[in-house]
Design a protein around this ligand. Structure first.
Ligand code: AMP
Ligand code: GLY
Length: 404
């Protein structure tokens, strides 16, 4: 079959790599792709990921058999609806179902109906009501923009004035949500949701802050590892039965059945696991750590087959550009890629090819994934590779995979 991957990050490169390894896939296309995906097959240029009609038309003309969508933005724009309308199989939720991620208010409503444990929250449309609410509460305060903000719409702070100014910064763009602070370690649990039901993938943990020791600003994610060995026994099964299944049932009852990857961001609080957020796709950077451990065919898994896992560990170290996340500096030449040994996966994100050179072209530039029999070995491999790659101002965390 011919498969089209929509997206251009390291998550999509990892998805494309795993799909291209399937004996069932003879061609792997990507849109808009990146230099890593370009090594796997044709890259479609000149179509935006939100131009869903153009993506669907292209998929028909190219006789694509399956479209797999990585990021939330094209899902929220309705790419699955547009492609499915032309009779082409697609893996991902409809635009209506994607509101589980694109509207935090909608997600909270579905969680309430489904009886899913989550942070208490209230939605606000005006700053006066925000001020009144904050003045009656102790910190930490959690203030979120309601819509998609690529991880940048959330502020967690002890400072009430800062919480208020964050709310006024985002209110012009839509409602904001203030929620209860959840205290505890985080973990990402993923389910593959098909007509045949939902099956879990292996959990992973990501690192949202820029600097070692969880210091510095929030980012799209600076690294990840899998498996996560400090989880309570049976957490995945419990999450399937108390979070994923009831949410899928509530979505069906609401007339918006959910198909695709459902990602539950959990906090393991003193009162048990609670859902921090839903995403309607795989996580980036979690995917890059999870897929190298998947032993069976990803196409089969997307059709509902139970995933099989290798007994290995993986560590994904994200290399970011100078100035990330505020203002990534683009254009530097990336040296040393050819020295990275073959047992480390190099997944591209913010890169650009210029003849034989690879240049920095975004904030999160590369994911280097070490795999080994132990977490220590996986981490050593990833960091040995990180030591070989360089460009001016390259940033990465040195504590990915070190258990806290
Ligand atoms: P989100 O974009 O909703 O995933 O939030 C980004 C990050 O902010 C999360 O991964 C958490 O680390 C933190 N965060 C968000 N909501 C809460 C909350 N209610 N309590 C504690 N931390 C939170
Ligand atoms: N790993 C965080 C995200 O993909 O949203």
């Amino acid at each position: 079959m011919k498969v089209l991957v929509v997206g251009n990050g390291a998550r999509e490169h990892a998805l494309g790599w795993k799909l291209a390894a399937s004996p069932r896939v003879h061609e792997l296309m990507s849109l808009p792709g990146n230099p890593g995906l370009a090594e796997l097959g044709p890259v479609v240029e000149g179509i935006s990921v939100t131009d869903v009609g153009a993506i669907a038309a292209m998929a028909r003309v190219q006789l694509v058999d399956l479209v797999v969508v990585g990021p939330e933005v094209p899902l929220a724009a309705g790419v699955v609806d547009a492609v499915a309308a032309l009779g082409i199989p697609t893996f991902g939720p409809s635009r209506a179902a994607a509101r589980l991620e694109s509207s935090k208010g909608f997600a909270k409503e579905i969680m309430a109906r489904a009886g899913v444990a989550t942070a208490l929250s209230e939605t606000f449309h005006a700053i006066d009501a925000v001020m009144e609410h904050l003045s009656t509460r102790e910190g930490p305060y959690v203030v979120k923009a309601d819509g998609l903000a690529a991880g940048k719409g959330v502020l967690v702070t002890d400072d009430r004035a800062e919480a208020a100014s964050w709310a006024s910064r985002w209110l012009p763009e839509g409602p904001i949500v203030i929620e209860e602070f959840l205290d505890g370690p985080e973990v990402s649990v993923f389910a593959v949701c098909t007509e045949a039901g939902a099956v879990p993938l292996e959990p992973a943990r990501d690192y949202k802050r820029l600097l070692d020791g969880d210091e510095g600003p929030n980012t799209g994610g600076m690294g990840s590892y899998s498996p996560v060995d400090d989880l309570p026994a049976g957490l995945v099964e419990e999450t399937m039965s108390t979070v994923i299944e009831p949410t899928l049932a509530a979505m069906s009852e609401a007339g918006q059945p959910f198909l695709g990857f459902l990602y539950a961001g959990l906090v393991l609080t003193g009162q048990g696991p609670k859902v921090l957020e839903f995403n309607v796709r795989l996580g980036d950077p979690e995917t890059q750590a999870i897929l190298p451990r998947l032993e069976n065919d990803l196409v089969d898994v997307l059709e509902g087959k139970t995933p099989e896992w290798s007994d290995t560990a993986s560590v994904n170290v994200v290399l970011a550009a100078e100035g990330y996340p505020e203002g990534p500096v683009k254009g530097s030449v990336i040296d040393g890629l050819a020295e990275v040994p073959g047992d480390v996966h190099v997944f591209h994100a913010g890169t650009r090819r210029d003849r034989r050179r690879i240049l920095v072209d975004g904030g999160r530039v590369l994911s280097l994934v070490g795999v080994g029999d132990t977490m220590d070995l996986a981490r050593d491999r990833a960091y040995a590779a990180a030591g070989m790659v360089h460009w001016p101002g390259m940033q990465y965390r040195t504590d990915v995979g070190l258990q806290s």
